[in-house]
Design a binder for this molecule. Structure first.
Ligand SMILES: Nc1ncnc2c1ncn2[C@@H]1O[C@H](COP(=O)(O)OP(=O)(O)OP(=O)(O)O)[C@@H](O)[C@H]1O
Ligand SMILES: [Mg+2]
Length: 466
């Protein structure tokens, strides 16, 4: 992170000196001794935070506020004012100032307000840059991902869409197999034809055959009239055979024949019907192993395995988590008509660090729930489910995950995990008694409370009921 640039505007020399001293090394402080000088500086360069007196010769604080917001709307402005003009300060906040300091103020309070303003500016920038990234992602508009693994997948999907071949989508639950199947269809030459999804695992085994291939009138008890199957329904389009690994073996034989000969036979009928259908199949199983174990026909395996596309689990492409999280945040805020803007850094790190056994679907559920439970405009660690707040493993991620992070991200995430693990152990040892925990930690009770809130650790969770 670069050094934050702060402009301090006041006609009192000692006030300018005070800020120079209290803000110290973490900030690069520029000063202006009147409003006019401030406006000149603002025209030349941009600042992260502007702290300005309200009443000054030259231009007053309102004009400085206006000029700042005109030049860079994301810069935060803090007003300083004597008691008599607090109503002016309130008006300034209505016009977009971040906060005000009432003179005389405690230097610590001033440092805190500047730090908060800066944090807010950075969170806003984070949100804006994620939004830009989400809009600029490759390939298919609604499939989010920029990791090398997803880029490979996008390339394969594009090829699959261009060529009229059988596609086999592989991946754990929630990795986007159905989403990709639809995208492939709608990006293909068959896009004006039907897309017919079938969940092979959900059909009762004695009905699968007639569902897929249709049946003749009176073919079996209950078959009152003739009925075309899903293959025929998909004429000219795409048939999506989801959970293809669950098909009963006898139906696998017929499916293999249909794919080979491009024709089907309705149950109870001898004459074949030509079908012009592209098949996209999906499974979360290892079909090759299934074939070796005799649960899946080997000939069908090879017929489906023409163009396999593997959708990687989310834990192997953690760099996609912030993008997906921002995408789902925008999506569900719209649905709930809420204005949740960003994630607290700790919350984002917990999202990135989690192992996501349910993959993207689980991530979407977590974000949706967090939007529903959060009381403010940011999603904090405590808005996330307990399993995400628990320290992951030893606090260090596997080497290949670590290597994908910047040094700073890696250290921050390790420190978060260590802090959380410490707080949990500490409170467990005192049975949730914060006063005793603070003594043991050799820190102020208030500071410990702040840490507990920051890391979403609740003392109540450690108290026994009796
Ligand atoms: N890369 C992605 N970008 C945006 N949304 C995604 C992405 N991957 C998955 N999703 C969303 O996650 C949810 C789960 O995806 P989908 O149903 O396609 O998974 P699946 O692999 O078919 O899972 P299952 O094996 O459990 O059926 C859907 O709501 C989908 O829109
Ligand atoms: Mg699915």
């Amino acid at each position: 992170m670069s050094t934050a640039k702060v402009l301090v505007v006041d006609d009192k020399e000692n006030m300018l000196k005070l800020f120079g001293r209290i803000l110290g090394d973490g900030y690069s402080v520029t000063t202006a001794s009147d409003g006019a000088r401030a406006l000149a500086l603002l025209a030349e360069e941009s600042f992260d935070v502007v702290v300005t007196d309200l009443r000054m010769p030259g231009a007053d604080g309102f004009q400085v506020l206006q000029a700042t917001k005109q030049r860079s709307p994301e810069t935060e402005v803090i007003l300083m004012t004597a008691y008599a003009s607090v109503s002016d300060a309130v008006e300034a906040i209505r016009q977009g100032a971040y906060d005000y300091l009432q003179k005389p103020f405690d230097p610590d309070a001033a440092v805190l307000v500047v730090a908060r303003a800066l944090e807010r500016k950075r969170l806003k920038e984070q949100a804006a840059s994620l939004r830009r990234e989400v809009q600029g992602v490759y390939g298919f508009a609604n499939i989010i991902g920029k990791s090398p693994r997803m880029r490979d997948a996008f390339q394969q999907i594009e090829q699959a869409a261009r060529h009229d071949i059988t596609v086999l989508l592989l991946g754990e639950t929630g990795t986007g197999k159905e989403l990709v199947a639809r995208a492939t269809h709608y990006a293909s030459a068959r896009k004006d034809g039907p897309f017919v999804p079938v969940n092979c695992g959900a059909l009762p085994s004695d009905l699968v055959e007639s569902e897929l291939f249709g049946h003749a009138k009176g073919a079996f008890t209950g078959a009152a009239g003739a009925k075309p199957g899903l293959f025929e329904e998909a004429q000219g389009g795409t048939l999506f055979l989801d959970e293809v690994g669950e098909l009963p073996l006898p139906v696998q034989v017929k499916l293999n024949r249909a794919l080979q000969e491009r024709e089907i036979r309705r149950v109870g009928e001898n004459a074949p019907t030509k079908v012009n259908v592209r098949v996209i199949a999906a499974t979360h199983r290892d079909l090759k192993a299934e074939a070796q174990a005799g649960r899946f026909r080997e000939d069908l395996f090879y017929r489906l395995h023409v163009f396999p596309v593997l959708l990687p689990p989310l834990r192997e492409r953690r760099e996609d988590v912030p993008l997906l999280a921002a995408h789902f945040l925008a999506k569900h805020c719209k649905a709930y008509q809420r204005e949740v803007e960003v994630f607290e850094p700790e919350a984002l790190r917990a999202l990135v660090g989690y192992s996501w056994p349910g993959n993207v679907r689980e991530l979407e559920n977590v974000i949706e729930r967090a939007i529903a439970v959060t009381a403010c405009k940011r999603i904090a660690l405590q808005d996330l489910p307990a399993e995400l707040r628990e320290p992951q493993g030893q606090g260090t991620l596997p080497a290949e995950e670590l290597a994908k992070m910047s040094y700073r991200e890696a250290i921050d995430s390790a420190r978060d995990a260590a802090s959380r693990a410490y707080l949990v152990a500490l409170l467990r040892s005192t049975g949730g008694n914060v006063t005793r925990a603070a003594e043991r930690a050799v820190m102020e009770r208030e500071s410990l409370h702040r840490l507990l809130r920051k890391f979403g650790v609740r003392s109540e969770d450690f108290k026994s009921d009796d």
